[in-house]
Design a protein around this ligand. Structure first.
Ligand code: DAH
Length: 357
């Protein structure tokens, strides 16, 4: 019995796979297995012999059964281990992009402008790029015969034949978002609206599609002084200089009264723009106190509320800040240009982390 025991335990320990193990099971404890046959012989034994051999054989059978089970599990573990080693993959390896994408200067500057105004409590508002002529013009105090309508070089959408309602337009500025935001939120309100605008124009500083940011702040006692502070604060943060000087030049926009164009003190010495010093002035935006008729169009009571608005060109700000000479190249999708002027995709502009690096 001891020989039998040792023989099978050794064989089980040395079995290389599950098939070998199954063969051993059949050989030892299968129906015609060596141990099973011995158990059948119990009947021929004397009661004395049987008393000793019976429990011993049963114990041997149990021992072989559990040795088989243990070896089976060990083989399965080893197989899994081997598979895990074979299929191992270092997921911490960095990717190997064949070409790193970059952030377009327009997107970069939009993020920068948004971060600065968000810090001053302005939320971001949006409106459609295909706009009704009421939102784009009438609501902004530009009636049909007003010369500003011609100046805007508007793209008109076409109507179906027989439909003689006034055509929709591609919005010529972000100012209609002022109206939509006032209608949606009422007063007080503080929003900026960055987005695409369209005018039929094309030269070194004009493209048929370009980008603006509109600003609007309405409350019970918002004044031109608040406008001046907000714009100075914006220029300081945007151009990343400690001091800026702004010049408010009287101007005219139908949607503001009074209206001002704002110039920034700068120098162009050596072809390099420096903000806050020098003897040049650079026009950067249009602004003013929102016209009572515009407040009314937005559903706000001009007897109770007043405030300022401004509009500035994002592409122009990008050209100035990053020294990009030709606006048209912004929209050519030339990969060499994008790689040269683009920004790292993971450097999101924030006031605390730095706007541009
Ligand atoms: N909408 C004007 C334009 O596209 C820019 C502008 C000027 C917006 C004055 C304003 C503003 O909100 O007050 O030329």
């Amino acid at each position: 019995m001891d020989d039998l025991r040792q023989k099978y335990l050794d064989a089980i320990a040395n079995a290389g796979d599950e098939t070998a193990l199954e063969d051993l099971r059949v050989q030892a404890i299968g129906k015609k297995g060596e141990i099973s046959l011995k158990m059948r012989e119990l009947g021929k034994m004397s009661p004395e012999e049987r008393k000793a051999a019976g429990p011993a054989l049963n114990a041997l059978k149990d021992e072989i059964t559990s040795a088989l089970a243990a070896k089976k599990e060990a083989l399965a573990d080893a197989a899994l281990d081997q598979r895990l080693r074979a299929e191992w993959l270092d997921v911490t390896l960095p990717g190997r992009p064949r070409r790193a994408g970059t952030i377009h200067p327009v997107s970069q500057v939009t993020e920068e402008v948004t971060a600065i105004f968000a810090d001053m409590g302005f939320a971001v508002a949006e409106g459609p790029q295909i706009e009704s002529d009421w939102y784009n013009f009438d609501a902004l105090n530009i009636p049909p015969e007003h010369p500003a309508r011609q100046e805007h070089d508007t793209f008109f959408m076409s109507r179906a034949a027989g439909d003689d309602r006034p055509p929709h337009v591609l919005r010529t500025h972000t100012s209609p978002v002022q109206i939509r935001a006032m209608q949606a939120q009422g007063a007080p309100i503080r929003v900026i609206a960055p987005g695409r605008v369209y005018r039929c124009d094309y030269d070194q500083t004009h493209t048929p599609m370009f980008h603006q940011v509109e600003g609007l702040a309405i409350g019970e006692d918002i004044s031109m002084a608040n406008l001046k502070w907000v714009l100075e604060e914006f220029c300081r943060a945007f151009f990343e200089v400690d001091e800026v000087e702004l010049r408010f030049r009287a101007s005219h926009f139908p949607f503001t009264e009074p209206s001002a164009e704002v110039d920034l003190r700068c120098s162009w010495e050596g072809g390099q723009l420096k903000v806050g010093e020098g003897d040049d002035w650079m026009e950067i935006l249009g602004s003013g106190m929102v016209h009572p008729k515009v407040l009314q169009a937005g559903g706000i009571d001009p007897e109770k509320f007043q405030g300022f608005a401004f509009g500035l060109g994002i592409d122009r700000l990008a050209m100035l800040k990053y020294g990009i000479p030709d606006l048209r190249a912004f929209f050519d999708s030339d990969l060499r240009w994008l790689r040269h002027y683009g920004f790292a995709a993971l450097d999101v502009p924030t006031l605390h982390g730095g706007l541009s690096r």
